[in-house]
Design a protein around this ligand. Structure first.
Ligand code: ADP
Length: 570
């Protein structure tokens, strides 16, 4: 039976009991009222009639007068219509006959007295009959009342018991399964899916239990299949991470360490058990490396590992889920070998360029001598060839010079001679240096200064070198008979900005971020064949070594603007 029907039946039953109880009470009250009305009505009235007649009989002992006869007559007639008890009819008839005799009698005082006495006897008899009846009916009424009290009492007690049991049990009947269900749901929220409800009933709770049990079974099944595959994936990823030569540390969004591989453990100097699950900043308090990893944003790190100074490049990857950062992975790549190779390369380049400089200079010297008429006359073709050799040696010298500069920067051997100088000095030197090239291409260099420029703190040679480089490039990539604008003005804060703008071919936007990289040349440009791709990289190093900034803006087909800043003298 469903709970709805059970409730209906329960309340219906209670209602029925209450109905029966009140019905019985009404029935017995009616009976009691009937009994008592009987007592009052019939027997009591008879007694009253008899008493009325008795009063008249006792008034005198003579003949009856008219009033007395009237009174007796009316009361006797009423009595004759109110016969209720056995023997009452007989006594009333006898009373009637004695009265009739008394009515007719006269002049016989003795007979009058005896008749009156007989009448009194019947009066008393009738009265007694009715009084006995009253007494009897009283007993009956009492019995009815007692029965009613008993029956109503029994039914009321029964009703009370039923209601009491109902009140005690019913809330539990509804609430207990709900309570149990709540407990099980709490367990489920703790991922404890082995939960079963044992409601045997065929009602809604039974159905609920069945649905719940199916759900927990499915959840358990899903959890296990999921857990197994997650565990498998975890093991696989752990194996991959551990077999890597890079140090890997995973942190969650609260900076708790989720995983560290063996390389990371050996670098940090702590076993995995002491790291996993710990709050990384806590461990960083006592561990320099971890502190540097968390705080330091430098990408290249020198760490003592494998019994030697090793170089690591640090990379921090953010782990995101639904546009929210849920953790990060720190990767330390061991780049010691690359570093050593790079150093070897730089040293090699430095040595070679240095070694090449002397023979190239002597070639230049010899060329100068050959061009001198005192050594001997050369014909036009030979002069042409000598010119070509001169051009190439100049380029060779420039290239070796750039390579040497770059090697200097890379080995950190860049020596800067800082001094305070007016921006105009730098501009004058540079413009003078590129004047000839510009004239050859009929490119005009227009120079403009902001008024009252402050002096800048700079290495005059290196800065001039940078400006020459920018101007040479601007001329190189300008169309013939165009112009190059050199503007010097105040920049942000304490900066002075030098900018070189050409109206040449420009640079495609996708190459701009790489333009200051070493050996980078824009693919397809004419410099690809001639240049080294080092000029801008060295310029960047020179400017940044002087705490300045260098950058570029360009518009493909419209020209480029290269600009750098220097600090003014404090
Ligand atoms: P290179 O010695 O090859 O000129 P740079 O470092 O000076 O090397 O320049 C790198 C590359 O940047 C060049 O190959 C060229 O493609 C591009 N570039 C430099 N300046 C300009 C410019 N003013 N206009 C267009 N391209 C330029």
């Amino acid at each position: 039976m469903t709970i709805k029907n059970k409730l209906r039946a329960g309340f219906g039953f209670l209602f029925l009991l209450a109905f029966v109880c009140s019905g019985l009470s009404i029935y017995y009250l009616n009976r009691l009222s009937d009994d008592s009305s009987l007592i009052l009505k019939d027997n009591h009235e008879t007694i009253v009639y008899m008493r009325n007649i008795g009063v008249v009989i006792d008034e005198n002992s003579g003949e009856l007068n008219t009033t007395q006869i009237k009174t007796i007559e009316s009361n006797l007639v009423k009595q004759e219509h109110n016969i209720t008890e056995p023997g009452e009819q007989q006594a009333t008839d006898s009373l009637r006959s004695k009265y009739e005799q008394l009515k007719l009698l006269n002049n016989s005082p003795a007979r009058l007295i005896s008749l009156r006495a007989e009448i009194r006897k019947f009066l008393y008899k009738i009265m007694k009959l009715n009084m006995d009846a009253e007494e009897h009916k009283n007993v009956v009424a009492k019995a009815t009342a007692a029965n009613a009290t008993l029956l109503v009492g029994i039914i009321a007690s029964f009703l009370f018991l039923v209601a009491f049991t109902f009140i005690i049990n019913f809330p539990g009947y509804v609430a207990d399964p709900i309570k149990e269900l709540t407990e099980r749901i709490k367990e489920i929220s703790n991922r404890n899916y082995h939960q079963q409800l044992d409601f045997k009933s065929n009602d809604e709770f039974g159905e609920l239990a069945q649905a719940f049990n199916t759900m927990t079974f499915k959840l358990d099944e899903y959890e296990h299949s999921n857990l197994a595959s997650i565990m498998f994936e975890k093991k696989r990823i752990e194996t991959i991470i551990n077999s890597m030569h890079d140090a890997i540390i995973g942190l969650d969004e609260r900076s708790l360490i989720i995983f560290v591989n063996e390389v990371a453990c050996s670098l940090i100097g702590l076993p995995a058990e002491k790291l996993t699950g710990k709050y990384a900043p806590d461990i960083a308090l006592e561990n320099d490396l971890l502190r540097n990893l968390l705080v330091n944003d430098q990408h290249k790190m020198k760490i003592f590992a494998d019994n030697r100074e090793s170089y690591f490049s640090k990379e921090i990857l953010s782990v995101t889920s639904e546009d929210r950062i849920i953790g990060k992975v720190i990767i330390l790549k061991n780049i010691t070998e690359f570093q050593q190779l790079d150093e070897a390369k730089t040293n090699f380049i430095a040595t070679i360029s240095h070694e090449l400089k002397t023979p190239i200079s002597s070639i230049k010297m010899s060329l100068k001598l050959l061009e001198d008429d005192r050594i001997g006359q050369v014909n036009t073709e030979q002069r042409q060839l000598l010119g070509n050799i001169d051009d190439d040696t100049r380029r060779l010298l420039q290239i070796t010079g750039e390579l040497l500069d770059m090697a200097q920067v890379e080995t950190g051997k860049l020596n800067l001679n800082f001094g305070s100088t007016h921006p105009q000095n730098i501009v004058d030197y540079a413009v003078k240096a590129v004047k000839f090239t510009a004239e050859q291409k009929q490119v005009t260099i227009s120079v403009s200064y902001e008024e009252n420029l402050p002096e800048v703190r700079a290495d005059l040679d290196k800065t001039t070198w940078v400006l020459i480089n920018l101007l040479s490039n601007a001329i190189k990539y300008s169309h013939e008979r165009s112009s190059v604008d050199l503007v010097v003005k105040r920049g942000k804060g304490s900066d002075v900005e030098f900018s070189v703008t050409d109206h040449g071919q420009g640079i495609e936007a996708k190459y701009l971020p790489r333009i200051f990289e070493r050996y980078f040349k824009v693919p397809g440009s004419k410099a690809e064949q001639t240049g080294t791709g080092l000029g801008l990289a060295i310029a960047k190093d020179f400017i940044e070594a002087q705490s300045g900034k260098i950058n570029v803006e360009s518009d493909l087909g419209g020209g480029s603007r290269f600009y750098f800043t220097l600090k003014k003298v404090a």
